[in-house]
Design a protein around this ligand. Structure first.
Ligand code: PEP
Ligand code: MG
Length: 551
C-alpha cells in the first residue's frame, strides 16, 4: 500500500482493484463478524430450553425497539416500519410453537431448534420467488442470527445499511455480504483479501466497485467521511474537494452511458475482424447473476458456482433444496447451455457445520470434490441426483472442480453413472448422462493434458486456483497478492499447450477464472483458439466489443 499526497488535504490510497467502477459516498465501517456456529446438542432439560427461548425472544424484541428508537430521527416513518416487521416476526406464535415442538421432539438445545425452524421458514419464503418474500427471508435470517447470538451470549456488530454507503471493513465474508441489503452498497474497501478470493469475485459479479488489500491505511477511513473510490485506477481519494467530486461524478455518468451502448451490441456472438468466433459466457451463482447473464448477452453459462447458493445454509442441503435452488436460477435463462460446477466448498468457502474439521492449509485440504467424496451421502449425492433430474429440463453439462488426476475423474464419473442408473430404476426419465468436464486448476492436470483429454468431455481453466498453486501464494492473503498476476506467463503457456492437445481430440477448452476477462490476454486466447471465455456478466459487453475490434 502506498500513500500519495495529491494536495495539502486530498490523500490517495492505493489498493488492489477487485471490481472496477467508480463510487462516491460516505464510509460505513463494518466490524468483523464471527461465524455463526450452531451444533446439534442434546439438552438436559426441555423446560429450561423453552424458558431460554422465551427470554431470548423478549431480549431480541427489546433490542429491535432500541434500534428503532435510535433511528427515529434519521429514518422516515415508512422506513421505520421495517422494525415493526421485525417485531412481528419475533412475536409470531408459529415461530415459537414450532421451535418448542422441535425441542420437545428432538430433546435438543434451543439454538439448534431455532436454526432448524428458521431455515425452513427461509426456504419456504425463498421458494415462492417473490421479491417481497425474499426480503422477509433476509429479515428472518438476520433475526435468527440475533437470537442465536443472544442465546450464546455473543455481541454482534450491526451491519444494517439504511442509506447508500461505501462499506469499509478489515475483511468481509461472503455470508456477511449475503446478509446486507446490497442495493445500498455503493462500493467496498477492505484491508485484507486478494483479487481472486470469493468475496472479490462476488462483488465483481454484482458490479460493486471494490478496492481490497489496502492494509493498515484502512484506519484512515472514518465513519461517515466522504470518499471517492476509483477502482479503474485502483485507488481511493480521501477528503476530495468539490472540483474533484464533480469530475468523478461526470466520469461515472460517462461509464454508465458507455456500458449501455455496449449492451446494445452484446446480444449477438462476437467475431474478430478476421472472422474468428469466440463465445463469451457468464459466471453465475445467484438469480440476479443469471438475469444479468441474459440481459448482457452471454452466449451461455460457462461457470455456475453452485456453492454460492448455500453460503448461508446451516446444514447440508437436501436433494429437493438443491433442485429448487438451481431451478429458480436456471429458469431465468432457460435456453442457454449451462455449465454447472459441482459443489466447491472449503478453503475460503467453509461449511460452518463442519466446524470440527478446521485444517492447517485449507486451500490444499479437503475441499471441493474431495469434500464431496468425504461426505458423499450428505453433500455430493443429493446434488448429483438434483442435477441429473434438472438435465431433463435444461441443457446442462457438469463441471468437476479440483480434479487432481485421472483417478479423481474416474471416481466422479462412476458416481454420476451410479446415481443416473439409480434414478432410472426409480422411474425418472432422463435421456442420458450430461457431458462431464473438469476444471483445470491443479498443476498436475494442467501439466499433463494427454493423461485426461480422452476421459473428460470438455475443459475449463480455473486460473484463480491454478495461479495460487503455481506461485505458492494463497489467493486470500493480501500479503502475497502481488505474486498472483506474475503467474500470467506460466498460465498462458499451460493454456496453450493444453488447448493444442485437447483440440486434437476434438474437445473444447474454456477459461472461467479471472484471467478470462483480462484484455491483455485476449489476442493470445484468439491466437490459440480458445473456444470460450466465462466471466462475471457485467464484463461480457466490454469483452465482446474488444473481440470485435481484434484482428
Ligand atoms: C478458479 O479457480 O479459477 C475458478 C474459476 O474457480 P473459483 O474461483 O470458484 O475457485
Ligand atoms: Mg477454483
Amino acid at each position: 500500500m502506498k500513500i500519495i499526497l495529491k494536495s495539502k488535504k486530498i490523500k490517495t490510497l492505493k489498493g488492489i482493484s477487485a471490481s472496477v467502477g467508480i463510487a462516491l459516498g460516505p464510509v460505513f465501517i463494518v466490524e468483523n463478524e464471527k461465524p455463526l456456529v450452531v451444533l446439534k446438542q442434546k439438552c438436559s432439560s426441555v423446560k429450561d430450553e423453552i424458558d431460554r427461548l422465551t427470554s431470548a425472544l423478549l431480549a431480541a424484541q427489546n433490542k429491535v425497539l432500541e434500534q428503532k428508537n435510535t433511528m427515529i430521527n434519521t429514518l422516515s416513518s415508512e422506513e421505520l416500519e421495517l422494525y415493526d416487521a421485525y417485531l412481528e416476526i419475533l412475536k409470531d406464535p408459529e415461530l415459537k410453537a414450532n421451535t418448542i415442538g422441535y425441542i420437545q421432539e428432538k430433546k435438543c438445545k434451543v439454538d439448534f431448534a431455532l436454526q432448524q425452524i428458521t431455515s425452513k421458514f427461509i426456504y419456504d419464503l425463498e421458494s415462492l420467488d417473490d421479491p417481497y418474500l425474499s426480503a422477509r427471508a433476509q429479515d428472518i435470517r438476520m433475526l435468527n442470527r440475533m437470537l442465536v447470538n443472544i442465546l450464546q451470549g455473543r455481541e454482534e456488530p450491526d451491519i444494517r445499511l439504511t442509506s447508500p454507503s461505501i462499506l469499509v471493513a478489515e475483511s468481509l465474508s461472503t455470508s456477511q455480504l449475503a446478509g446486507i441489503n446490497t442495493s445500498q452498497i455503493l462500493g467496498v474497501v477492505t484491508a485484507k483479501g486478494g483479487r481472486t478470493d470469493h468475496i472479490a469475485i462476488l462483488l465483481k459479479s454484482m458490479g460493486i466497485p471494490a478496492l481490497i488489500g489496502i492494509g493498515k491505511a484502512i484506519s484512515m477511513l472514518k465513519s461517515n467521511s466522504f470518499i471517492i473510490l476509483d477502482c479503474n485506477q485502483s485507488e481511493l481519494l480521501l477528503n476530495p474537494i468539490q472540483k474533484i467530486v464533480l469530475k468523478y461524478e461526470l466520469l461515472k455518468k460517462k461509464q454508465v452511458l458507455d456500458f449501455e451502448k455496449q449492451i446494445e451490441f452484446s446480444q449477438s456472438k462476437a467475431t474478430t475482424l478476421s472472422g474468428k468466433e469466440l463465445s463469451v459466457c457468464a459466471n453465475v451463482g445467484a438469480v440476479e447473476d443469471m438475469q444479468k447473464a441474459f440481459q448482457f448477452g452471454a452466449d451461455g453459462v460457462g461457470l455456475f458456482r453452485t456453492e454460492m447458493c448455500f453460503l448461508e445454509s446451516t446444514n447440508f442441503p437436501d436433494e429437493e433444496i438443491h433442485f429448487q435452488k438451481y431451478n429458480a436460477i436456471l429458469k431465468e435463462f432457460p435456453n442457454a447451455l449451462h455449465t454447472i460446477r459441482l459443489l466447491d466448498f472449503g478453503s475460503d468457502k467453509p461449511l460452518i457445520y463442519l466446524k470440527n474439521k478446521i485444517e492447517e492449509n485449507p486451500a490444499l485440504g479437503s475441499r471441493a470434490l474431495r469434500l464431496g467424496f468425504e461426505y458423499y451421502k450428505e453433500l455430493l449425492k443429493p446434488q448429483l441426483r438434483a442435477l441429473l433430474r434438472l438435465s431433463q429440463l435444461y441443457n446442462i453439462q457438469l463441471l468437476c472442480p479440483m480434479i487432481a488426476d485421472l483417478e479423481d475423474l474416474i471416481e466422479i464419473k462412476d458416481k454420476i453413472n451410479l446415481e443416473y442408473n439409480q434414478l432410472i430404476k426409480e422411474g425418472f426419465e432422463i435421456r442420458e448422462v450430461p457431458s462431464i468436464g473438469i476444471m483445470v486448476e491443479i498443476p498436475n492436470i494442467a501439466l499433463q493434458p494427454e493423461a485426461l483429454v480422452k476421459e473428460a468431455d470438455f475443459f475449463s481453466f480455473g486460473t484463480n486456483d491454478l495461479a495460487q498453486f503455481l506461485m505458492a501464494a494463497d489467493r486470500t492473503n493480501d500479503r502475497v497478492a502481488h505474486y498472483l498476476p506474475r503467474a500470467k506467463a506460466s498460465l498462458l503457456f499451460l493454456i496453450e499447450n493444453f488447448t493444442k492437445v485437447a483440440h486434437i481430440e476434438g474437445k473444447k477448452v474454456s477459461i472461467c477464472g479471472e484471467l478470462a476477462s483480462d484484455e491483455e490476454c485476449l489476442s493470445t486466447f484468439i491466437r490459440i483458439g480458445i473456444d470460450s471465455l466465462s466471466m462475471p456478466p457485467n464484463l461480457i459487453p466490454g469483452i465482446k466489443k474488444a473481440i470485435r475490434n481484434s484482428p
